[in-house]
Design a protein around this ligand. Structure first.
Ligand code: 5CA
Length: 184
């Protein structure tokens, strides 16, 4: 059943509505906290799950936060991401920093609808899929969206920041690359 009764879900829903998109938020009794949990719950490939990962860097204006929308089968290469956003001191946010920056708790952080506008960078590998799944504000809620729509909703730039080293690939058995798609 579509539902947006939880205030966190409502914030995600409202952010999409402001751009003319109605999301169907799907709730699960089991956890969708991790990308693997979410893939199992929705019956999708790991690569179709959007991880909304928060990174921070200290600047003269305080802590600057960036959200990296990452394919579930990829890992972030922080040096690549830092170069894209021009923040040399970029590091992974801790749980508290991620919650403060976005207004959502880890495991439920959505790709947009954050408490304040954050810079969002999107993994081009997400564009290989017809549909991707992202967190809808809590660790048991997700929504399905075409990647092009996700990019618009998140006001994201698309740039490659995945770790492409062999050691990273060895840790992702079966995640592989999405099948080539004519429409992607
Ligand atoms: N709901 C799922 C899929 S849509 C989801 O939100 N996945 S996620 O990847 O975006 O969020 C979980 C990630 O949060 C974990 O992969 C991990 O990288 C990160 N995380 C978990 N605990 C912490 C923590 N204490 N500090 C910083 N990051 C954390």
């Amino acid at each position: 059943m579509p539902s947006a009764s939880h205030p966190a879900h409502q914030r995600v829903q409202d952010a999409a509505e402001r751009k003319g998109v109605t999301l169907e938020i799907v709730l699960f009794s089991e956890s969708t906290h991790t990308a693997a949990d979410a893939a199992a719950a929705v019956g999708a490939e790991l690569g179709q799950i959007v991880k909304s990962l928060v990174f921070v860097a200290s600047t003269e204006h305080g802590l600057d936060a960036v959200v990296a929308l990452t394919s579930g089968s990829n890992r972030v290469d922080i040096a690549r991401l830092a170069a894209i956003v021009g923040l040399p001191g970029l590091r992974r946010a801790n749980a508290q920093e991620a919650a403060e920056a976005t207004g959502f708790v880890i495991g439920g952080i959505p790709p947009f609808g954050h408490g304040r506008p954050l810079r969002v960078v999107m993994d081009p590998d997400l564009g290989r899929w017809t549909m991707v799944w992202a967190a809808a504000g809590t660790p048991n809620a997700v929504f399905r969206v075409p990647p092009g729509t996700l990019r618009i909703l998140a006001n994201a730039i698309v740039a490659p920041f995945a770790d492409e080293s062999e050691s990273s690939r060895r840790y992702q058995p079966g995640s592989g690359r999405a099948p080539a798609s004519s429409g992607a």
